[in-house]
Ligand binder design. Structure first.
Ligand SMILES: Cc1cc2nc3c(=O)[nH]c(=O)nc-3n(C[C@H](O)[C@H](O)[C@H](O)COP(=O)(O)O)c2cc1C
Length: 185
């Protein structure tokens, strides 16, 4: 098996991420990989927002405010968890789907294309020697959070990608049988 196949078969997420994050030059390469996501009619139905450094704290306040609005009874522990969540990695990339009306490309295909872009970012970051994890949570579906991030009415959050350097070794991967998922028809 060649190295690329081995790499693809062993990709895995890391919930614990520390400095360093990809450099600006590496991020440029990583985003170039995202721009090769499969994309019906070349609509480019995605864009990416980076959040790093102290902006992660500002984003934490956005998530906390969103939680407060969704659930005014949320307790301090929950608010603190929301507030601190962006600090779990040195860099966040918000993957945004930009939905437009198209006679042949329904919204689901545009969302899937954005999801492919998110996966490409994870793979490219790992190829550069970093690690990441795709997270969502209720904040990802909260229109107030989207507005605070500058999203328009036609835009949605597909992923909060947390990127950085893996803290510790990678976990043992489950051994799955392709036969359980693949059949011929
Ligand atoms: C759309 C989507 C949303 C996800 N949201 C979360 C999340 O909010 N929190 C979380 O811990 N994992 C979330 N995950 C799962 C992780 O990204 C990861 O895939 C999972 O921990 C399994 O690890 P692995 O990718 O190494 O197999 C999400 C995955 C997807 C595809």
């Amino acid at each position: 098996m060649n190295d690329l196949m081995q790499f693809l078969q062993q990709r895995n997420s890391s919930p614990r991420l520390v400095d360093p994050a990809p450099t600006a030059a590496e991020l440029e390469e990583i985003f170039r990989a995202a721009l090769r996501a499969p994309d019906h009619a070349w609509l480019r139905p995605w864009r990416f927002i980076t959040i790093a450094g102290d902006r992660r704290r500002d984003f934490g306040l956005v998530l906390e405010r969103g939680l407060c609005q969704r659930n005014p009874q949320a307790n301090e522990a929950a608010l603190q968890k929301a507030r601190n969540s962006p600090l779990r990695a040195p860099l966040l990339v918000v993957v945004v789907a930009r939905l437009s009306d198209h006679p042949k490309v329904p919204a689901i295909e545009q969302r899937l294309s954005a999801g492919c872009a998110a996966q490409a970012i994870l793979l490219a970051a790992e190829a550069c020697g970093y690690a990441g994890i795709w997270r969502t949570g209720d904040g990802a579906f909260d229109r107030n959070v989207m507005t605070d991030l500058g999203l328009g009415a036609n835009e949605e959050i597909i992923a909060f990608l947390y990127l950085g350097t893996r803290d510790g070794s990678s976990k043992a991967l489950p051994s799955l049988n392709t036969a359980d998922f693949v059949s011929s028809w």
